[in-house]
Design a protein around this ligand. Structure first.
Ligand SMILES: [Zn+2]
Length: 500
């Protein structure tokens, strides 16, 4: 753990420097704006990003729509229905374009011409300012520091069947990284349920540091060297692990209450992902009671920061909620069930042809620049029903005339989001809950699109991953008979220890 600390400290120092550079950059941008406004009102440096090179869309039919017609989603149906009812036209367009149906501007960073959005992010401990910050400059540095650190740090508990690729995909890393690591260190091929990973990405999104808690007695650390290889350290530990029950009441946010009980952010994250299919943390109220069974590492009577949350019991609104870890690494309720029904691979009833795959290195055909394709394009006739692949809440319904067209974003649990672009008509509103299999929209050809298709994205922790190969959450979560038997014994014991 000392190494983690060292890496963190180093990270912190680096982050501070970064934050200072960041502040300077903001200052110079500000000065730049002031000067350019003074100089020339025509160009706005913030509105146009450098790779936003204009090119002629291949299919301009939908560009006849004007912004004023998009004031109300319901009111503009006639437009999309026009394109739907124009059967012969649509059929022709499809014939000529469907093989290549795609878009090069469907990134979420684009400007929304119209948006209906709900904020589903829970208030968490990271948003809190450090209390002991002495002055305004220090405050600002600390906030920037935290924002940078949290953004690039990940932790994950292995569940049965996970490979290193599945672990690193939590941070959007490509398969290439796990291949490189496994080639050098084949031990990473055999992961066991319950093992923990903690890793840091550098500013380019590359893996910089990986900590693998192999067992209570051993930790392995892989650090990127200047040559782009990884060097390894193996730490045999002389620490002691203790099982403890922490009890508390919710005061402020759930995570700050857990923190007050001595859990660190890694363990809180572990709990957050364990509970996401059991109870919405937004439903928890002030004064709700909880008890956590945690196994933590001590070295010379001091907590090292390593630990594993084995079970939690929350009492809220007269009901008891449990999440108990099985030997397969997953969390279940007392009966051994998970509430999440898992994800379907495709967001439609019938499989469709892929007209453009997920590709982080895709090049724009006209500009030649790299424009990552953060999703997969399915060629489909306008008006094809799009269905929710899992239970969730609609986070956003929006429109981008020069990009994504009409699109929807859905949040599933805490870590997952899905995005649907170029729709002809959304069938849901922001804030609405949807069930797996429910119709959420009709596909279309809106925005910058070269033919009727659905652009589908899958995000984990805010990072796009390949929807066709990502390990889907909640699938194969059933326990074997032996596992289940063992689990039910463990559940009884946890229940006894976690009485509130
Ligand atoms: Zn696409």
């Amino acid at each position: 753990m000392q190494h983690v600390k060292l890496a963190r400290d180093r990270r912190k120092r680096k982050s501070r420097i970064k934050a200072a550079v960041f502040l300077l950059a903001i200052l110079s941008i500000f000065i730049g704006i002031v000067l350019s406004v003074k100089d020339n009102a025509k160009t706005d440096p913030l509105a146009v990003s450098s790779d936003e090179v204009q090119y002629k869309p291949l299919n301009e039919t939908q560009d006849t729509q004007t912004n004023s017609e998009f004031k109300d989603i319901q009111a503009n149906e006639n437009l999309t229905e026009n394109s739907q009812s124009a059967e012969p036209d649509t059929a022709n367009t499809e014939k000529s374009n469907s093989d290549e149906a795609t878009s090069y501007d469907d990134d979420l960073q684009g400007k929304d011409d119209e948006v209906e959005q709900v904020n589903l992010d829970e208030k968490d401990e990271f948003a809190d300012l450090p209390e002991d910050a002495k002055n305004a400059v220090n405050d600002l540095l600390d906030i920037a520091d935290q924002a940078i650190r949290i953004k690039d740090q990940f932790s994950y508990t292995v569940v049965k069947g996970d490979t290193l690729k599945d672990v690193l995909e939590q941070s959007g890393l490509e398969d290439e990284t796990s291949k490189t690591l496994i080639a050098a260190y084949p031990e990473l091929k055999n992961l066991k349920a319950g093992q923990q990973f903690y890793w840091i990405l550098d500013k380019d999104g590359e893996l910089e540091y990986l900590n693998w808690l192999v067992s209570e007695k051993e930790e392995r650390i892989y650090e990127r060297t200047a040559e782009g290889k990884f060097k390894r350290q193996i730490l045999q530990k002389k620490s002691v692990w203790k099982k403890e029950v922490l009890k508390g009441q919710i005061k402020g946010s759930f995570s700050s209450s857990l923190k007050a009980q001595g859990l660190n952010s890694k363990q809180i994250a572990q709990l957050g992902s364990a509970l996401q299919w059991q109870i919405s943390m937004k439903k928890l109220k002030q004064g709700d009671k909880f008890a956590v069974l945690v196994s933590r590492e001590y070295l010379d009577n001091k907590l090292t920061g390593q630990g594993n949350v084995e079970a939690i019991h929350i009492s809220s609104g007269g009901k008891s909620y449990y999440a108990i870890q099985s030997s397969n690494g997953r969390y279940y309720n007392r009966q051994g069930e998970t509430l999440g029904k898992g994800f379907a691979r495709y967001p439609m009833q019938r499989q469709a042809r892929v007209s453009s795959p997920f590709n982080p290195a895709r090049r724009h055909p006209v500009t030649g620049r790299i424009r990552p394709h953060n999703g997969v394009d399915f060629s489909m006739a306008i008006g094809t029903p799009v269905i929710a692949p899992a239970d969730g809440v609609v986070e956003k319904v929006a429109y981008q005339a020069n990009g994504a067209g009409r699109y929807i974003m859905i949040r599933h649990g805490r870590e997952y989001q899905t995005v649907y672009m170029h729709l002809s008509r959304p069938l849901v509103r922001a804030g609405q809950s949807v069930k797996r299999g429910e119709r959420i929209a009709l596909s279309g050809n809106t925005g910058r699109s070269t033919g009727p298709h659905l652009h589908y994205e899958f995000h984990i922790n805010g990072r796009p991953v390949n929807p066709l190969t990502v390990k889907l959450p909640g699938t194969s979560s059933q326990m074997s008979t032996a596992e289940r038997k063992q689990f039910l014994i463990k559940a009884k014991e946890a229940e006894r220890k976690l009485k509130i």
